[in-house]
Design a protein around this ligand. Structure first.
Ligand SMILES: C[S@@+](CC[C@H](N)C(=O)[O-])C[C@H]1O[C@@H](n2cnc3c(N)ncnc32)[C@H](O)[C@@H]1O
Length: 228
């Protein structure tokens, strides 16, 4: 399968069955199974870690932040509440629609992010910080450098990325998962070697400022904060 195919599959998935699945996982309702509940908790830990990093020195007072691949707004909304000026985009129209609805029900009109349906590669502008959580799982290794390079060109001071790390244990776990494909596994999942991601970041002029790992039973995500 080519990368172009991958992207089309991902877009269609997150506009259909993937939308329904992830809207529930990234929500508060009871209609999730045990695995989905575990993923919800793990993902929330990732969001909390990033919020703690970004607010460690106080409020975000008008800082411009791009949430690239924003999903249903799980990070955009608390960032906007903390005072940041948020630009948020996602390849999926349905995910963006849900993010907008959630934001409108929670935020004051002046806090509302600018939401757009856009592919990461189509993003333009300059932001103080760019954050891209759990999107690299949809990118094969050979496409990761161009994607990170593009996000780097949009970020003045900080780039935060999270990805599923390619370790022996997780590679085995993924293989076992691939043996039992459920309806939820409609897209390919790509793990990335941390050393590869770090090298790409360094090649784009970044240094690694902080890192963290979220690990629950079914969710794992390595988070890197890079600064100039
Ligand atoms: C696992 S979800 C993570 C959502 C969000 N970042 C979060 O952590 O809550 C992955 C999201 O990436 C989006 N996505 C995947 N490939 C993309 C691309 N090439 N450009 C923009 N968004 C993309 C999907 O539509 C989906 O909403």
């Amino acid at each position: 399968m080519t990368a172009i195919d991958d992207k089309t599959v991902v877009r269609e998935y997150f506009n259909a069955t993937g939308f329904d699945r992830w809207r529930r996982i990234y929500g508060e309702s009871d209609d999730v199974n045990k695995v989905q509940l575990d993923i919800r908790k793990g993902h929330q830990q990732t969001v909390d870690t990033v919020m703690n990093w970004l607010t460690a020195e106080g409020g975000l007072g008008g800082l411009s932040i791009c949430d690239a691949g924003c999903g249903v707004g799980s990070l955009s909304i608390p960032l906007a509440q903390a005072g940041a000026k948020i630009y948020a985009s996602d390849i999926s129209e349905k995910m963006v629609g849900e993010a907008k609805e959630r934001a409108q029900s929670i935020l004051a009109p002046e806090q509302l992010p600018i939401f757009e349906v856009k592919d990461l590669e189509g993003l333009e502008g300059n932001f103080h910080s760019v954050v891209c959580l759990d999107v690299l799982i949809h990118y094969p290794q050979e496409k990761a450098a161009a994607m990170i390079g593009h996000l780097s060109s949009l970020a003045d001071s900080r780039l935060i990325l999270s990805f599923a790390p390619k370790t022996l244990a997780y590679t085995l776990l993924k293989k076992i998962g691939d043996f039992f494909p459920g309806p939820s596994k409609a897209t390919r999942a790509y793990l990335h070697r941390e050393a590869d991601v770090v090298e790409i970041l360094k090649n784009n002029g970044w240094k690694i400022e902080r890192n963290a790992m979220t690990k629950t039973q079914f969710y794992f995500s390595r988070i890197l904060e890079a600064t100039r």
